[in-house]
Each structure stands twice: as structure tokens, then as C-alpha cells.
Design a protein around this ligand. Structure first.
Ligand code: F6R
Length: 616
């Protein structure tokens, strides 16, 4: 969480850093700040609130300078107020820092620094870190890079930091452990950019270096980037990646919100996930990372899926897919639970980690643990080069393009797409799916993007339903089988962006408690597609109606039975049962979106949330 941006070069730093912070606001938006250096002076502006609030303050002041650091915060230590906002300055007034992460042993470090005469203006762990760096610099009479290295050796926790000394305005020190940081390298080393992801600098350079854990980079104007290992000071050859990202991908493209844009991008995102993999004409699914490890997949005793939030819901769909189509036992685990309960993992287990950002701290820790215990770990990530993508033994990118809206949409459907491809392939190779059934699925998958296109056209119907229910306090979402995880995801989407309390349940579980909530003011979204347990779901709908609940039903085109009883119906195209989640999800995303917009909520930046959860 938290976004970091820095610039050192020949251009005015302020506009680059501010625009970069706006692109990184998905990482947190509790407070924002910027520090600029011009002629050895420090100009520091920071405030509670968003980058737009910061702009109002900074732009009436001196914003000159070719060196700057900026920060957008998701609060961990200390409430979101001006004092706790980053950047932080050391007691001497010379050193400045921006930090993403948590210093766990901040308390003992603080006590030690107080004994040595330091004082603190904020409640943050970051202010302790910059003063610790200052103390090492003073006592060892060393350069800033060395002092940062020594300080980081005494720190327990996670960090991505950028630090500079106002008296040496041609240098920034950057380091990482557990939180991502990218360095953009300009032509002939005449300028450098630092950012939590590459989006703040894509219009300036395509050359990016992603630091690995426990690496420290010394950025010096006019010099090649130098990277060292924090532990033993050894040099590392920086690996310069060519960025594939372009500007269009990170702008709203005429939509009111990123979330709506990303919902509408799903047909293309899924086509990108298919590209080179789903070869229906040749009757093939080709996935290098699966093909190269096929014996591991085929001999798997079980598959363990680890993830958080929406990605965990995709994992639950994966459980149905692998068990149903490939007959491989599956367990789906919250990464945060899995990592701390000493799980039993065997050599023949395949662990699949799912993460849009590829940076979620709990999922990353679960990956490391599973690897330590000898499992083969496969990653499904969206962000190319992310920590989980690099830490796993192998993996497949979803290629959904940048997801900026905090509420995950296209990441979910593309994760399910990858899981479907793998499950179908394994099902066929294990002899669980005959060739003709397998071929039928491949051809049906080809049609999914156009079916989603059709569904996206029912916007006005969903708006009408949203306007009826926008002011309620509670919602229930019910589904069975493959549609149960979709019910969970529908409820999560609604609660996170509209702040309406919503719960997802397997439809049959309703009788075991939630039914007590049902009265005439309770809307219940029921996913009642025509295959699987249709009759049973119809009975559940009757039970709700008998208690005067309001039914919003997701049905298959041509349905007549549910149409008779439901208050509202949303029709989706016909599909095989295992592919329904890719379709039934779409109206639920739109329903949440329109309800949130009608309630005046900040859809792309819901309160208290951040896109990338790099703290546990
Ligand atoms: C919900 C949402 C979160 C994420 C979760 C995991 O809309 O976005 O629940 O799904 O924080 O994030 P990733 O997939 O990046 O590991």
C-alpha cells in the first residue's frame, strides 16, 4: 500500500511527481505529500486527503526544482493527518524519505533514538527510519547509501523507500524488502524516475529496473545505476526491462470511472488471456508454463489454491472447475490463514497462487511457505514482473491490462479464464473429458467474449434496478455450485464500493440462518441459471417470496419459471454450467457500480481501501 514517486533530472520535477501520484492513488489515498529541492532548499507540502488537495496547497507555493519525492498514503501507523503524511524529514532537516510498508520494530528503535536526543513530530514508523539513517550517517561518518544500508539491517518489517539528502541534490537512494519499487532510467542517465509501479514514468522512458527484495540502488545523475545487496554489500547487475505498458491503458478513455471502463474491457481482456493459448480451430489449449510442468499437474495429489479477496473467489470457482472437469481434489485457502497455520503440504501438491497485483503480502508469504515445504507453486498474476510472478516456480499472466479501479472486475474474469483453460486441458489429458466434449468446450469458450458484449448492453435495465434499491441497508446474494463464488463476489463488490452491507451464501444455506433476515425490505440477488441445481434454486426463491423478500434473479435467456416469481430478472446467454461464472458476474458488477454511483460514492477509490495490499 502507499504510492511512491520520485524524479531526479533536467525537467521540472513537480508536474511529473504530482501526475505520478494521481496514477498511484489506487494504492492509497488517506493523505499525500511532496518534497522538492531547489538550490539545497527543501520545500515540503503535505496534507490529509487526496492528491487533488495537495495540489491546492502546493501550487500556491514554491514548486521549483529538478529533484522531488512524492507519496500517497494508506495509513498503517498513525491516523491520516497532516503530520503523519509523508515525506518525512530527519531532525537535522537534511534527509527526506518516502516509505511504503511497515517497520515492525519501530518502538524499540524509537526508544533508542530518543535516548540519543532525537524527537518526533508524527506517530509514524517512517519518521523513525529516517532518523535512524541520520544516526548511522553521523556515527559512521559515511555516505548516504551506506547509512541507509546500515539502518535497513537493523529494521524488521517491509519497505520500499526513497531517500535523499538536500545538500547532495544529484542522488536518490532506493531500497526494497517486500514492497515493490521500479526505477525508470532516462537516456544517458540524464534523468531517473522512482515509483511503486511504472505507470508514473511510461511517457518518459520504457527502460525500467525492478528492485528485488533486499536490494538497494544508488541513483546518481549522469552515472549508471548501481544496485547492491543490503545484506552483504555485493554488487548486482541491474536488469533493465522494456515496459510494455502504454498511456491509453492507464487513462479513463471516455468512461466516468475506471471501474466502468474495466467492466467494459472484459471481452477484450478475455481475448487477450486466450491469445496464443486457446486454439479452438486446432483443438488445442497451449500454455507453455503448464505444458512444461505437465507431469507435476497430472501427478498432483491435490491442488491448493491460495489467494485473498476477489482472487480468492476466483480460486473457489477454480475448485469447482478442477474437481468437476479434471477430477483433481482442490482446497482453496485464504493466504492469510494458510501462511500462519503450519499447513500440511506434500511434494506432490501443486499450489496455485492467484493475485491481480502480484504484490499481496499474505499471498506472497503463502507462496514462499509452499515453496519452502517443497510444493510446486504456480502463479496466476496480472501485473507482469510482480513479486508473486517472480517468486513462483512457474505461472501464467492474465494479460488483462492495468486494473486501476480499486474494486476488481476484469482481473476476476480473466483469472477464471486461466483456471478454466488449465482445468479443461488437465481434464482432457487425464481422460476425464472425452475429445468431443473437450472440443465442444473450446468452441464455447471462443464465444464467451461476444456473450459478455451482449450482456454489457443491458445497462439500462440494471440502472433501473439500481435506482429502486440504492437506499437499502442490506443485500443478500445467493447461488449454488459454480454460481456460489459469484454470489460471494457480487456481495463483496457491492459492499466495498457502495458501503451497503451485503452477504453471499450458498442458496441452500439460507435456511440455516440468513432466512431470519428476510422481510419486505430485503433484496435478494439469486443466480438461477438453467443448469446444475436449477430446481433447488427455484425452491429457495419460493422460500424467500413466502417471506416477502424482493428477488432480483439472474436467469438464462428463455427462462419462464423464475420470471413468474421474481420481482426483477436479468437474462444472460446460455452456456455450459462451468462457464456461467464468466457471464453471471457481469450484471452483478454493473449493479454494484450503478448503486454506488447513485449513492454518490467514490467508486474508483472507496474509503479505507487500497488496490494493492502489501501489508498483512
Ligand atoms: C476486491 C479486491 C480485493 C483484492 C484482494 C487481492 O475488489 O480488489 O479483494 O482482490 O486484495 O488482491 P490481489 O488480487 O492483487 O492479490
Amino acid at each position: 500500500m502507499c504510492g511512491i514517486v520520485g524524479y531526479l533530472g533536467f525537467r521540472k520535477a513537480y508536474p511529473i511527481v504530482i501526475k505520478g501520484l494521481q496514477r498511484l492513488e489506487y494504492r492509497g489515498y488517506d493523505s499525500a505529500g511532496v518534497v522538492l529541492t531547489n538550490d539545497n532548499e527543501l520545500n515540503l507540502y503535505k496534507t490529509k486527503g487526496k492528491v487533488s488537495d495537495l495540489k491546492k496547497i502546493a501550487e500556491t507555493q514554491n514548486i521549483d526544482g529538478n529533484l522531488a519525492l512524492g507519496h500517497t498514503r494508506w495509513a498503517t501507523h498513525g491516523i491520516p493527518n497532516d503530520a503523519n503524511s509523508h515525506p518525512h524529514v530527519s531532525n537535522s532537516g537534511n534527509l527526506v524519505i518516502v516509505h511504503n510498508g511497515i517497520i515492525e520494530n519501530y518502538n524499540s528503535l524509537k526508544k533508542e533514538l530518543i535516548k540519543r536526543g532525537y524527537s518526533f513530530d508524527s506517530d509514524t514508523d517512517t519518521e523513525i527510519l529516517i532518523n535512524l539513517i541520520e544516526e548511522f550517517k553521523k556515527t559512521n561518518n559515511c555516505k548516504l547509501g551506506k547509512a541507509v544500508q546500515l539502518a535497513l539491517k537493523s529494521v524488521i518489517g517491509a519497505y520500499a523507500i526513497a531517500v535523499y539528502d538536500r545538500t547532495k541534490s544529484d542522488e536518490i537512494i532506493v531500497a526494497r524488502l517486500g514492497s515493490p519499487i521500479a526505477i525508470g532510467v532516462g537516456e544517458d542517465n540524464k534523468e531517473f524516475f522512482v515509483a511503486s509501479d511504472a505507470s508514473p514514468f511510461i511517457e518518459y522512458t520504457k527502460d525500467a529496473v525492478y528492485l528485488e527484495d533486499e536490494e538497494l540502488a544508488i541513483i546518481k545523475l549522469g552515472k549508471d545505476l548501481r544496485v547492491r545487496k543490503i545484506k552483504d554489500d555485493s554488487f548486482v547487475e541491474p536488469n533493465i526491462n522494456e515496459l510494455q505498458l502504454n498511456l491509453d491503458q492507464i487513462e479513463k478513455g471516455g468512461y466516468d470511472h475506471f471501474m466502468l471502463k474495466e467492466i467494459h474491457e472484459q471481452p477484450n481482456a478475455i481475448l487477450d488471456t486466450y491469445r496464443g493459448r486457446l486454439l479452438a480451430d486446432r483443438g488445442l489449449i497451449k500454455m507453455g508454463s503448464v505444458d512444461n510442468n505437465i507431469t507435476k499437474f497430472l501427478n498432483a495429489n491435490r491442488i491448493i489454491i491460495v489467494a485473498c479477496g476477489t482472487s480468492w473467489h476466483a480460486g473457489l470457482v477454480g475448485e469447482y472447475l478442477f474437481e468437476d472437469l479434471a477430477r483433481i481434489p482442490v482446497e482453496v485457502e485464504y493466504a492469510s490463514e494458510f501462511r500462519y497455520r503450519n499447513p500440511i503440504i506434500n511434494k506432490n501438491d501443486v499450489v496455485i497462487a492467484i493475485s491481480q497485483s502480484g504484490e499481496t503480502a499474505d499471498t506472497l508469504a503463502a507462496v514462499k511457505l509452499a515453496k519452502e515445504k517443497g510444493a510446486f507453486v504456480f502463479g496466476i498474476c496480472n501485473v507482469v514482473g510482480s513479486s508473486i510472478a517472480r517468486e513462483t516456480n512457474s505461472g501464467a499472466y492474465t494479460h488483462a491490462g492495468p486494473e486501476i479501479g480499486v474494486a476488481s472486475t476484469k482481473a476476476f474474469t480473466t483469472q477464471i479464464t486461466i483456471l478454466s483453460l488449465i482445468a479443461l486441458k488437465l481434464g482432457n489429458l487425464r481422460g476425464e473429458l472425452s475429445n468431443s466434449t473437450y472440443q465442444k468446450y473450446l468452441h464455447e469458450m471462443v464465444l464467451i467474449p461476444s456473450k459478455i458484449e451482449q450482456l454489457l448492453k443491458i445497462d439500462s435495465k440494471i440502472k433501473e434496478i439500481a435506482s429502486i434499491y440504492k437506499d437499502v441497508s442490506n443485500f443478500l446474494y445467493l447461488g449454488r455450485g459454480y454460481n456460489f463464488p459469484v454470489a460471494l463476489e457480487g456481495a463483496l463488490k457491492l459492499k466495498e464500493i457502495s458501503y451497503i452491507h451485503a452477504e453471499g451464501y450458498p442458496a441452500a444455506e439460507m435456511k440455516h440462518g440468513p432466512i431470519a433476515l428476510i422481510d419486505e425490505s430485503m433484496p435478494v440477488v439469486v443466480i438461477a441459471t438453467n443448469r446444475g441445481h436449477y430446481d433447488k434454486v427455484v425452491s429457495n426463491i419460493q422460500e424467500i417470496k413466502a417471506r416477502k423478500g424482493k428477488i432480483i434473479a439472474i436467469v438464462t435467456k428463455g427462462d419462464t419459471i423464475v420470471k413468474e416469481i421474481a420481482d426483477h430478472v436479468i437474462e444472460i446467454p446460455q452456456a455450459s454450467e462451468s462457464l456461467y461464472p464468466l457471464l453471471t458476474t457481469i450484471p452483478l458488477q454493473l449493479l454494484s457500480y450503478y448503486i454506488a454511483v447513485m449513492r454518490g460514492c467514490n467508486v474508483d477509490q472507496p474509503r479505507n481501501l487500497a488496490k494493492s495490499v502489501t501489508v498483512e
